[in-house]
Design a protein around this ligand. Sequence first.
Ligand code: SAH
Length: 244
Amino acid sequence: MTVRIDVFTIFPDMVEQFSAQSLLGRARRAGLLEVRVHDLREHTTDAHRTVDDAPFGGGAGMVLRPEPIFASVEAADPPRPLLLLGPGGRRFDQPRARELAASDGFSLLCGRYEGVDDRVRTALCDDELSIGDYVLGGGEVAAMVVLEAVGRLVPGVMGNDASAGDESFADGLLEYPQWTRPAEFRSMSVPEVLRSGDHERVARWRRARALRRTAADRPDLLEARGGLTDAERDLLAEFDGSDD
Ligand code: SAH
């Protein structure tokens, strides 16, 4: 199955180049992911290819005009939902990434300047998506964030599909810490348990470390999943940090 993602932007090269490389590039070449980038300027009708205009009511900055955006989307007939990227949207997170990766496709519309004519939001797009509570100069970086977070979850894209199972947010927890060789680096050594070869103990230790790290750095995540179970409390007590 191929997941198709269409992106509408006035900076198509940014998105095209980004998604031609690394994990996304490989996924596209393998036919697992199809990314179609549409240049909103192709649907302008004036000699200067104008995509923006001053806001009604006055004020600073420019607003993307509705005509080229409607024309571009109608010509492409992209997969729905069409998601407008904007700071006022629903927050993009790992569950949403998983949901989108399991779909047949969806589309992203990048705003610029002060944003887009509101008729684009109300009459053309299906939903609005934000990547966080800050204001970017345009939706392109946000689109790249969504492309990468979703693209790696598309079945078959990650070399080892199992690795998505225990990474951060998979179970409402942050991931356990990881180490590689050398076992001893500048007097810092890798926890003994990881070198023990006892897979069952390693799994329990990792679970305890994921819980401990989440409790320390993101207590909100633990709260959202209803706190710790009794078994998890026992696990934390068993690995109290003395064997790190
Ligand atoms: N004037 C608007 C911000 C416009 S920023 C406001 O105050 O709400 C220009 C464009 O960047 C937006 O149209 C949107 O497409 C993109 N953008 C900015 N911040 C974003 C965010 N946090 N998430 C997703 N897209 C964002």
